[in-house]
Design a protein around this ligand. Structure first.
Ligand code: OGA
Ligand code: MN
Length: 240
């Protein structure tokens, strides 16, 4: 997956597609948010035609192409419907919409590295489909110190999301340094509206997805260090 955008191999957007460009104001807010709170939330982060194309691309996958998401890593990996009940398809930059997205996340990667010295190396992401009633209980996306996932991103693809539809992302305050316990102070509640992008520190910010009352689509992704461990490592369980 890393090969898609190492070096200068990114293909430009096809004609008719919006220019791939990370908005400077958005970038400034995101950098400040990650630096101060470990969290940034931006509504309307990407152009609507790209969002619609991604949503259509997600929906073009048959239900049988989605796998039940698991928890744990490598040998301990297991599906745990009591912990998470979304279904996923990993993305490749092999279609116009996903190519556009990978080019955009690459621009963002370079800026985050330049401004925050994060040493982000590559990015992996999957579509997530939460059927009605699905949820994902409180977890971290990486082990502190051990994980190679550094910044998590979630881009939502749900038009006309309304209060009462559920499915909010709840992000809790970062764990205090060297303390095993998880804060239960809510930092943000994010509705999964079309175009909203949430970014947060993978190993620091406990978060959960509340049960959704309607079908909920997103692209969940992780900027990673060039550390050991192959791609597509699923988040560990949060042991508290
Ligand atoms: C995840 C996750 C949050 C969301 O996939 O690890 O926490 O809002 N997703 O979908
Ligand atoms: Mn997560």
């Amino acid at each position: 997956m890393a090969d898609h955008f190492l070096g200068n191999e990114i293909e430009g957007p096809e004609s008719g597609w919006p220019e791939v460009c990370v908005d400077p104001m958005m970038l400034e807010r995101a950098v400040a948010g990650l630096r101060t709170e470990g969290l940034a939330v931006e509504p309307e982060a990407l152009p609507l035609p790209v969002l619609v194309a991604l949503r259509d691309d997600l929906e073009a996958h048959g239900a049988d192409e989605f796998s039940r998401a698991g928890v744990g890593r490598e040998v301990t990996h297991q599906t745990r419907p009591d912990i998470r009940s979304d279904r996923i398809v990993w993305l490749d930059a092999d279609r116009p919409a996903t190519r556009w997205l990978f080019a955009w996340v690459e621009q963002l990667r370079l800026e985050l590295n330049r401004q925050l010295f994060l040493g982000l190396f590559d990015y992996e992401c999957h579509y997530a489909w939460y059927p009605q009633g699905a949820f994902y209980k409180v977890h971290l996306d990486a082990f502190r110190g051990g994980g190679n996932r550094v910044v998590s991103t979630v881009l939502y693809l749900n038009q006309d999301w309304a209060p009462g539809d559920g499915g909010e992302l709840v992000v809790y305050k970062a764990r205090p340094a060297d303390e095993p316990f998880v804060s239960d102070t809510v930092l943000a509640v994010v509705e999964p509206r079309m175009g909203t992008l949430a970014g947060f520190l993978s190993a620091e910010m406990p978060h959960e997805v509340l049960p959704t009352n309607r079908t909920r689509y997103s692209v969940a992704g992780w900027y990673r260090l060039n550390a050991n461990g192959g791609p597509m490592v699923d988040p560990p369980l949060l042991n508290v």
